[in-house]
Design a protein around this ligand. Structure first.
Ligand SMILES: [Fe+2]
Length: 387
């Protein structure tokens, strides 16, 4: 049996406040809880959204204390801060951290009897279609969390905080609203690394062992859009490029959350946490080398070659020998570094930790979806190459 999940509605090329008011009328929603962070709360786009909603009779409570990479327990603090306010809609405005907290928050409001950390694919929550519903306005183009059932949050384990990834089909947001005004203030580096993460989700998902026609179609289209529009989005921030990037990220979220990812993510998780490298940057640096490695698999080779043909139809793309070379062309166009030495990682310190990263990568759950299983020595070799 194959289950495919995605949000019930996706609105793009829209003004977020107009779409929220539509939804309010359609579903009789009047009490919104907006979850966001301090930076977004200060933007003009946020202020005008809240004004517009208030003017139209919506009751609003804002929680804006979400920090990057939060602990799952933050949901208890949010519920306490609500002081008895009963929302019928949670509006999550932010990147992956804000969105993932909002998913658990909704589950916890509806199921206070459940321990947040126990929310896994195997638990029946019985919260589907119950209020508060969750809608997401993503402010980066890459995590895909607006369209997925997954979450990555920190949990406590033996007195340490570790990153924990899990999910549940009932956590999929009701709607993803793609309004590019929220992308305009995103710093360039953030724009690039979140988009490359989205692209990595596509290129890994296409060759993942759980890939199927639904995920493959979306991932190929999404990858095509990232390659086509990312350079322009970086250089000009044109509305057209941002709108396409934003949609590509959501397509990617639907695709990879249903197909799984692979070795790029299995390496990027320990690499990122041991050297404090942002997830999108870690993914970006390892990806070309993993693609080169995966060419050993006939299945991966045939899929990569299909994408190569799609890319070569885009204006300004040349014919290349393999998909890795296309990726390097893209990095060169947007000024993205290729190696760890280029982002200030100390060589000796890195070399000392290569075996630890390798061990952690071999234990990472994402590795199970890679088309081939690498040996300890093969991962070590990949890690040497990326310095
Ligand atoms: Fe990722």
């Amino acid at each position: 049996m194959v289950i495919f999940s995605m949000p019930r509605r996706i609105a793009y090329n829209v003004n977020a406040s107009e779409e929220l008011l539509n939804l309010s009328t359609m579903l009789n929603l009047k009490n919104f809880l907006i979850v966001t962070d301090k930076i977004i709360e200060k933007t003009d786009s946020f202020v005008s959204l809240v004004n517009e909603l208030t003017k139209n009779g919506i009751n609003i409570k804002v929680y804006s204390e979400i920090i990057p990479e939060p602990n799952i327990d933050i949901v208890n603090k949010i519920i306490e801060s609500m002081g008895g306010y009963v929302p019928d809609l949670i509006v999550s405005i932010g990147g992956g951290s804000v969105i993932d907290v909002s998913k658990i928050l909704r589950a916890k409001i509806l199921r206070p009897d459940i321990n947040s950390q126990d929310i896994s694919p195997f638990l029946s929550l019985n919260i589907e279609n119950k209020k508060p519903l969750l809608v997401v306005i993503p402010t980066t183009s890459g995590t895909g969390s607006d369209a997925s059932f997954a979450y990555v949050l920190k949990i406590k384990e033996n007195n340490n905080e570790i990153k924990y990834a899990s999910g549940n089909y009932e956590l999929v947001p009701y709607e993803s609203i793609l309004d590019i005004t929220f992308l305009k203030t995103l710093p360039k580096k953030q724009l690039i690394i979140t988009a490359i993460d989205g692209l990595a989700n596509d290129l890994e998902g296409i060759v993942a062992i759980n890939s199927n026609p639904l995920t493959e179609g979306l991932a190929i289209q999404s990858a095509r859009m990232f390659f086509k529009y990312l350079p322009d989005a970086v250089m000009t921030r044109s509305d057209e490029s941002l709108a396409n990037l934003h949609l590509a990220a959501t397509l990617s979220g639907i695709a990879f959350s249903n197909s799984g990812v692979g070795l790029v993510h299995a390496i990027a998780h320990p690499l990122g946490s041991l050297f404090d490298i942002p997830h999108g940057m870690a993914v970006s640096i390892i990806m070309p080398y993993v693609i080169e490695y995966n060419y050993k698999s006939d299945f991966a080779r045939s899929k990569y070659d299909e994408i190569k043909i799609v890319l070569e139809k885009i204006d300004g793309f040349q014919e290349r020998n393999n998909l890795k070379d296309h990726l390097i062309d893209l990095y060169n166009k947007i000024g993205q570094p290729l190696r760890l030495r280029d982002i200030g990682i100390d060589k000796n310190n890195y070399m000392r930790k290569i075996e630890e990263i390798t061990e952690l990568a071999l234990r990472d759950p994402d590795l199970a979806f890679n088309p081939i299983t690498p040996s300890f020595e093969e991962i070590k070799e990949l890690l040497s190459k990326i310095y």
